[in-house]
Design a protein around this ligand. Structure first.
Ligand SMILES: [Zn+2]
Length: 259
């Protein structure tokens, strides 16, 4: 009987498995279904599937440049419990994304539009911030079956794993919430500043991408499809850097409210 009771407790703990922890990036106490070990397993499983489905840029110069910028940002980020890695996906998509466990991806299409290191730093810092604030992990645990994530996080060789992971990859192309985007931008300002980059260049990037988006708004998987609210984000970045909202941003915000 005692054994049965114990078994029940174990099962309940397994099913809920929630951990409460203080997140340095968000500055909040958060309830999460996954501890760091499981997050890493999940990230590894997703990264493996991504590797099978895309081609990475192998050019040494591009990789060296991106890695050098990325490593400086990762070193000052709020999470030192995981290893951050970055890869350049070899296609024309103008986008970047990240997955739990420390994996950041930037498409060559976006990289080609960024001329300066500080601009690249802005994009990479934003993606690192989604990982440090655990936005992807929180979204996955809210929107997907816990079981699916349990299977994936154990890194087993089950056939369901590939299917589940593919569903997660597809979800990476859904937009983050407005609050998550703003939080990632605020953290990106912090990380770029700490690493010695110019955070103002993040605004340049958003302006460049906004112009691109207005030229061809229907393109699939473009930057603002996964990272919407450009005017609001520009205002948040400006406000985080200067501590106040600019008149120009105010006008833009009124403009975007009318849309
Ligand atoms: Zn984002």
């Amino acid at each position: 009987m005692l054994l049965r009771k114990y078994y029940l407790i174990v099962v309940l703990v397994f099913l809920c498995g929630c951990t409460s922890e203080y997140n340095l990036a968000t500055g909040k106490e958060e309830r999460l279904m996954y501890g760091t070990d499981k997050e890493i397993n999940l990230g590894n499983a997703i990264a493996l599937q991504i590797e099978k489905q895309v081609k990475f840029v192998t050019d040494l110069d591009s990789n060296a440049r991106v890695h050098k910028i990325f490593d400086r940002l990762a070193a000052v980020s709020d999470r030192q419990d995981i290893i951050f890695t970055v890869n350049i996906i070899d296609d024309d998509t103008v986008n970047a994304f990240s997955i739990p466990g420390g994996y950041v991806y930037i498409h060559k299409g976006l990289l080609d539009k960024l001329k300066e290191d500080d601009q690249i730093a802005g994009v990479l810092a934003h993606e690192i911030a989604h990982i440090t604030a655990k936005h992807g992990l929180k979204r996955m645990q809210n929107s997907y079956g816990a079981l699916l994530l349990q299977i994936a996080s154990f890194g087993s060789g089950e056939p369901e794993l590939a299917q589940g992971v593919n569903a997660i990859i597809t979800s990476l192309y859904f937009a983050y919430s407005r609050e998550d985007e703003y939080e990632a931008d605020e953290l990106a300002v912090k990380y770029t500043q700490k690493a010695g980059f110019d955070p103002h260049k993040m605004i340049d990037v958003l302006e460049v991408l906004k112009a691109e988006d207005e030229k061809a708004p229907l393109r699939q998987a473009n930057y603002f499809r996964t990272h919407p609210y450009p005017n609001e984000r520009i205002a948040v970045v400006n406000k985080t850097i200067s501590g106040k909202i600019s008149f120009r941003d105010y006008l833009n915000l009124i403009g975007s409210d009318k849309q």
